[in-house]
Design a protein around this ligand. Sequence first.
Ligand code: TMP
Length: 212
Amino acid sequence: MSGRFITFEGGEGTGKSTQVKLLAEYLKANGIDVVLTKEPGGTPIGQELRAMLCTGDKDKFDAVAEALLYYADRRIHMQQKVLPALAKGSWVISDRFADSTMAYQYYGYNKRVPKQMLEELYKMTVGDFYPDLTVILDIDPEIGLARSIAQNSTYVVQETRHESREMEFHHNLRAGFLEIAKTADRYAVIDANKTIESLHDEIVKLVRERLL
Ligand code: TMP
């Protein structure tokens, strides 16, 4: 028996984390066993990698080093959490997965990292395995960043390493996610500039149509 794997993607401040929680609650209320997780940081070692990746100076290491660290986190996450949960028949919802690496480390940085390197890393660390559904929450970066920075100011540890990048990075990132969405049927792009409730309703409709 194998569960379903749903990933959520998007730029900063799309409301992704709220929506993954609401979807998990909805599925649980409908009798489905759900594991809610995230990248980076879905495992204890991943939490250490997350602190390295998401705090501090934006230029403390380059996009190639970033991609390697995100893939280290992903490998551990797959082995220790995602695959065991799917094997038990649970559904796994991940707040970000490999499309974030392609969007941030390739498109975000204006394609300076070889795309082939990221594709090879995927094959080596994840293999021939893909999410059943990937929801891309799309928002104008000006709106998303304002939301994200406002949220971060209330946290003790400020995870603003990516938020502090220039606007061009965030526009490239958004365009990147839209490009990625064209490459397979598993993607669904949703306009995230809505109320929490209407966005949730749209996501539930999508999951029901595609997976239930
Ligand atoms: P979050 O915003 O979902 O908490 O994710 C943490 C940050 O890590 C966010 O700025 C996006 C970034 N990120 C990448 O740059 N590449 C990746 O592969 C992943 C998973 C996240």
